[in-house]
Design a protein around this ligand. Sequence first.
Ligand code: ADE
Ligand code: ZN
Length: 326
Amino acid sequence: ERYTTMFQTLPKIELHTHLEGCAPPSFIQQLASEKNIDIAKIFAADGGYAFENFDHFLQVYEAACTTLQTPEDFRRLTFAVLEETAKHGVVYMETFVSPDFCGGGDLVAWRDYVAAMEDAATEAEMRFGITLRGIVTGIRHFGHESCIPAAHCAADTFGSFITGYGMAGGEMVGRPADYTRSFDIARDAGMPLTCHAGEWGGAAMVAETIKHLKVARIGHGIGAIDDPALVQHIAETGIVLEVCPGSNVVLNAVSGWDAHPIVKLRDAGVKVTVSTDDPPFFHTTMSYEYEMLSKTFGWTQADFDAVTETALNAAFCDDQTRQRVA
Ligand code: ADE
Ligand code: ZN
C-alpha cells in the first residue's frame, strides 16, 4: 500500500481514466522483460515513469504502450488496474480505450481486445466489487483520419462494455471542427460523447468542442474558467466536466493545488466530477485526490457526496447499472 487516507473507504466514482495510463510501472516493466523490449529510458531511478512536460508524457505513454500487444496483455492490464483502483473505494470507473493501441484500428482485431477487457472486468467485478465501462477514444495527435476507424470500432462494439466515444491526446493538434466526422459516426450510432478540451487549449478550445463535437462531457475543461459567458453556458446546458486536479498539477496545466479552478467552476453552477486520469504517472489515486481537495479547499463529506452524485448521473452506463452501483 502506497498510503492510506481517511477518505480511502468512501465509495467513489471516476469517469476519466486512460486504461494504459493506469498501468503501474512495475506491470509495464514486467511485460517489457517478458518480450525483451528495452524501455529503460522511460523509467526514473526510483522505478516510476519519468517525463518533463505534457508532450514528453505522451511519448513516454506511447513507449509504455509498445509492451501492450495482445488481447491477453490487455486482459492482465484490466484486471490489475481494477484490483488496484478498488482499494481506493472506487465502485464504478470509466476508462478510455484506444483501437490505435489495440490492433491499430482493425475491426476484427479490436473485437478480440474488447472481449478480453470485458472478460477481465467481469472477473474483477466479482472479486473486487468494482464496475468498469470503456469509452473508445480517437488519439488527436495521430490525426483526424485515424479517428475515423476508431469511431467505426466504437460503433461496432457499442452496447455492453463499450458505452461511449471520445478523443484524447495532444489537444493543440488541429481544431475541434477537424474531428467532426468521427464524432458524427459515433453520435449516429447512439453513443454518448466526451472529448478532452481545455486542459491546454483554453476557453476557445472548450467552446469549439461543444459547438462542433456536441459532447455531453468535457475531459478537463478547466480552461473555460477564463470565459465567464462560456462558464455560464456550460452551467446552463449541464455539460459535465471530468476534472483531474492531480493530473493538472503534475503536468503544470495549473501552477499548484491552490490555483486549481475546480471550486470556482462548481460555485458557478458547473457540474464537476473528480478523476485521476493516469494515476501512476501522476503519483495519484482517488484517495489522494480526495485528501488534497480536503486539505486545499476544505472539502468534506457533503462535497464528496455531491461530486459522486454528479458522476453517477453523468456516467455513460445504462440505468440498471447506475442503480446497482449507486
Ligand atoms: N492521454 C493520456 N492522458 C492524457 C491527458 N491527460 N490528456 C490528453 N491525452 C491523454
Ligand atoms: Zn485524460
